[in-house]
Design a protein around this ligand. Structure first.
Ligand SMILES: [Zn+2]
Length: 344
């Protein structure tokens, strides 16, 4: 274990620069472009072995993303036709859609967590990119004004060609080559991390990110208490031996556990902040407006409409865990949920 970690190479380039960074022999990080948003880029990882290439996450099927992948594989002495498996950590478009796009053009398999199935089936049924479940949470969260603002947004059209099912639905504990799938619900219900025990590497998808916290409470067909699931999934990763963090957004770092401790601390602080802000009869919207957001502690009103939606969903997730733990009460009237200390 120590020898694998000692030979880890990273920070050789800025993480979001297009191109190849070799992490250890046979494992390469490739940053693929995303549209202008806060995330900047998505990492996919190329794993070499005698049977062919495995890609961890596929990237977003966007103009330009395939070219970066193709050029990067060429730099390594391969081509896209050498890809055998694309193992996808979760269903979000920046991870999944290009995997399906590649499968339509090359002979490869797409593998995805089995618990993403309800979300994918729901998406294929409603055939829209509108985040309808988040809209439901905004309604019950008392955020009608924000809902009106979002309804006026020109959402990108639904593209059925990139939302086809995978070839393999992976279960917790499934082993593919060197990789073991570990179920880590929270960010999405079927999120997996992939563990390479022999090299002490964890491909963490969006479960553990080095610089940001993944959104919680914003997905189709999510669980009732996604933050409770997420915190349990952080503890699950702590119970595994520590290893290098190979995230989907941000640079490779030496320790998964160090970052998990930070994330657990962050959520404890958010619970305390929610309890400080909540007053008798507060909606999730009221609480969200009283909190600060992002690493820069920005006021709620400074965020754009999309991020205000994420903020309200995240606040619902925190408040509902506080209710579950008996720290808050909640009452629902006319479809709006109101929280309070003790019983609302
Ligand atoms: Zn992502």
């Amino acid at each position: 274990m120590s020898s694998a970690r000692a030979s880890l190479r990273h920070d050789t380039v800025r993480w979001d620069e297009a191109g190849v960074e070799t992490v250890v022999d046979g494992v390469h990080r490739v940053a693929l472009p995303l549209p202008e948003d806060g995330l900047k880029a998505v990492n996919v990882y190329v794993l070499e072995d005698s049977a062919g290439l495995t890609l961890i996450d596929g990237g977003w099927a966007l103009t330009g993303a395939f070219e970066v992948l193709d050029t990067s594989l060429n730099q390594l002495g391969y081509c896209v036709g050498d890809l055998r498996d694309v193992m996808v950590t979760h269903i979000h478009r920046d991870h999944y859609t290009q995997a399906v796009w590649l499968r339509d053009r090359y002979r490869l398999r797409v593998l995805l967590g089995a618990d993403e199935r309800p979300g994918l089936e729901e998406l294929r049924r409603i055939r829209t990119n509108l985040p309808t479940h988040a809209f439901d949470r905004l309604r019950s969260g008392g955020a009608d004004g924000l809902l009106d603002e979002l309804a006026a947004v020109d959402w990108p059209p639904y593209d059925p060609t990139v939302w086809k099912p995978p070839d393999v639905w992976l279960e917790d504990g499934d082993v593919v080559g060197r990789l073991e799938a570990v179920s880590t619900p929270g960010h999405t219900q079927g999120h997996l991390v992939f563990r390479d025990e022999s090299r002490s590497l964890l491909f963490s998808g969006d479960h553990v990110l080095p610089h940001i916290t993944p959104s919680i409470g914003f997905e189709l067909g999510g669980g009732a208490l996604p933050l409770k699931d997420y915190l349990e999934s952080l503890h699950r990763v702590l119970r595994l031996p520590d290893c290098a963090l190979l995230p989907a957004h941000g640079p490779v770092t030496d320790s998964v556990h160090d970052r998990v401790h930070d994330l657990l601390r962050h959520h404890e602080q958010r619970f305390d902040a929610c309890l400080d802000v909540v007053a008798s009869g507060s909606t999730a919207f009221d609480v969200a407006t009283g909190l600060t957001w992002t690493r820069r502690e920005r006021a709620f009103g400074e965020l754009d409409a999309f991020n205000r939606m994420l903020a309200v969903c995240e606040t619902v997730a925190h408040l509902d865990v506080l209710v579950d733990g008996g720290h808050l009460g909640v009452d629902e009237h006319d479809g709006v949920r109101r929280y309070g200390l003790g019983h609302a």
